[in-house]
Design a protein around this ligand. Structure first.
Ligand code: PGA
Length: 251
């Protein structure tokens, strides 16, 4: 049976000092988190090395917030999968809506980044999700379907045996406007059934996270839904106590 996974996406927040406080705080409260729930933190890449030191010997796993589609070379400002792997990253977020919308990463580029993560032995956390106007126009499944199709076309269904998908409706990210458990479940069920159309096994085993204004107060009802296997957490991942409450909801 698939487990639960809660990942904190710190985005462009942190300092050497705040990292230490946050990691120590999370470490101290981990007994409240079920063994069935993986706990991941995704710091800005410059802090990965430091967080790797701070998490040694604990069950906190590390993730990067993005990965370059190429393995090395003249790609100023980018970080390769092999580099983050050297610092113990188990996961890498790819296709976060901020990358898609602010930095114009296309479905095709995101698919290449997903492939690059896997080449480096890193589990991609593939973010998918619709804009508010796309939801209002009734296009949610179309948009999410296309985002998945780009990866399926490049990598095939087998790649999803070693991947996580995070459904993050863009209108719910950082807005305090969480999708209702039913709204989230509906899209999660769509994603699982789309994959099941190609491989039932892979669809049953893949972890589908929900992301978008998850906090300590709403995590439990979201994670109780049949196809929601944890969450990708932004703002609420920056405070140890709040993040731990969310992790504790992953049973
Ligand atoms: P949020 O962000 O929890 O602050 O809404 C989630 C995300 O962007 O992954």
């Amino acid at each position: 049976m698939r487990g639960m996974l809660v990942a904190g996406n710190w985005k462009m927040n942190a300092s050497l000092q705040s990292i230490e406080t946050l990691i120590n705080g999370i470490k101290q409260g981990l007994e409240s988190v079920s063994e069935n729930c993986g706990v991941v933190v995704c710091p800005p890449s410059i802090y990965i090395s430091k967080v790797n030191e701070l998490t040694q010997g604990s069950r906190i796993l590390l993730g990067a917030q993005n990965v370059c589609e190429e393995d090395k070379g003249a790609f100023t400002g980018e970080v390769a999968g092999t580099m983050i792997k050297e610092f113990n990253c188990t996961y890498a977020i790819v296709g976060h809506s901020e990358r898609r919308n602010i930095y114009r990463e296309t479905d095709e580029l995101v698919a290449k980044r997903f492939a690059a993560a896997r080449r480096a032995g890193i589990i991609p956390i593939l973010c998918v999700g619709e804009l508010l106007e796309e939801r209002e126009a009734g296009n949610t499944e179309d948009i999410v379907g296309k985002q998945l199709d780009a990866v399926l076309a490049l990598e095939g269904i087998d790649a999803f045996a070693d991947a996580v998908i995070a459904y993050e409706p863009v209108w719910a990210i950082g807005t305090g406007k969480t999708a209702t458990p039913d709204q989230a479940q509906e899209v999660h069920a769509f994603i699982r059934s789309k994959l099941a159309g190609i491989s039932k096994d892979i669809a049953n085993n893949i972890i589908l996270q929900y992301g978008g204004s998850v906090n300590g107060a709403n995590a439990e009802e979201l994670f109780a839904m049949e196809d929601i296997d944890g969450g990708l957490i932004g703002g609420a991942a920056l405070k140890a106590e709040e993040f731990l409450k969310i992790c504790a909801a992953g049973k």
